[in-house]
Design a protein around this ligand. Structure first.
Ligand SMILES: [Mg+2]
Length: 327
């Protein structure tokens, strides 16, 4: 499989997961499977499963993908990591009243504090900032920084996460996701990449991440809701580990209930990188659309694919200091 198929698969897969899971957000486990049963030897109805509901149109992506697109466009326009620019774009988006926005993200972006103080101030006053709100938007940055290697991609992940999330657990979780995606884009098994990712995690956070990413972990063992960063990433890795296709991984993710759009967005990024864009059901990418406040743009699958390819090219130019290969 070409790298390009994995890169587009990751970005599109994340957006598809977001849209697939959105109607089931905060619902119980098993709701998706009950509504769209899969008989032995038969696939569940792809077209019907992208069902919309709860205020979402069929195929409409949510804040997860909107923030990922703003992040990716900043990385391209700025020619690299420009943290004040990313923060400004996030702030403009939050001020435009998006349909959905995480509570912590809204507080930080609406605080009026500057980019380098807002998240830390919120964490110090609230004491809680280990939500999954930076994991959900990570795929575009992961594609962009992957060619620069493990330490560079994990460092970028931490810095971007810190714009909204003051808790180091969220920094490390997003850094791990970046590294698992980097290895998946290289054609490796993300589960096999866990040990080397953990080795680069800051020591005080390593043990807790090792538990939820271990092969013995199951989402039923979570000690928090999957709106928290640990079970969210743990569940995505579990969904990938215990299934053999893109669609089955997403089905497992949405069927966990809870923060279904974000768990499925993270799962979709990993599964898209592993199985490639051709594994994403056509019925899902055909209806996918991403409204992008504060603009009036609505991105479709083609525009997301173009964004993914541009980020990969920019990353490879930066990573190799030269002309990208055509792979
Ligand atoms: Mg969302």
């Amino acid at each position: 499989m070409r790298r390009r198929d994995r890169v587009v698969g990751a970005v599109l897969g994340s957006a598809v997961g977001d849209a697939l899971g959105a109607p089931f957000e905060f619902g119980p486990a098993g709701a998706f499977g009950k509504r769209f049963p899969e008989a032995a030897g038969k696939r569940f109805p792809f077209a019907a499963a992208m069902c919309g509901g709860g205020g979402w149109e069929p195929g409409e992506a949510t804040d997860d993908t909107q923030m990922a697109v703003h992040l990716g466009e900043s990385l391209l326009d700025a020619g690299g990591l420009d943290l004040p620019d990313i923060f400004e774009r996030f702030r403009g988006w939050a001020a435009a009243d998006p349909k959905d926005i995480g509570i912590l993200t809204e507080c930080v972006l609406g605080s009026g504090l500057p980019w380098d103080l807002a998240a830390q101030f919120h964490f110090r006053t609230e004491g809680r900032a280990a939500g999954n709100g930076a994991l959900m938007r990570a795929v575009t940055a992961a594609v962009r920084f992957a060619p620069q290697g493990r330490d560079a991609t994990m460092d970028a992940a931490r810095r971007i996460t810190a714009l909204t999330h003051g808790d180091g657990a969220a920094w490390e979780g997003t850094a791990i996701l970046h590294e698992l995606l980097r290895r998946a884009l290289d054609g490796d098994d993300p589960q096999a990449a866990v040990p080397s990712a953990l080795a680069a995690v800051r020591a005080e956070h390593r043990e807790r991440w090792a538990v939820v990413l271990g092969e013995a972990w199951h989402p039923s063992l979570a000690t928090e809701s999957n709106g928290a960063v640990w079970p969210c990433l743990g569940s995505a890795v579990w969904a990938l580990r215990t299934t053999v296709s893109f669609r089955a991984a997403l089905r497992a993710a949405v069927d966990l209930g809870g923060d279904t759009d974000t768990v499925a967005a993270v799962t979709g990024a990993l599964a898209g990188a592993v199985y490639g864009v051709d594994a994403i059901p056509e019925e899902w990418s055909a209806v996918l659309h991403v409204p992008l406040p504060p603009t009036r743009r609505v991105l479709g699958a083609g525009e997301l694919a173009a964004l993914a390819v541009a980020l990969d090219v920019a990353g490879r130019v930066a990573g190799r200091g030269g002309v990208p290969t055509s792979r």
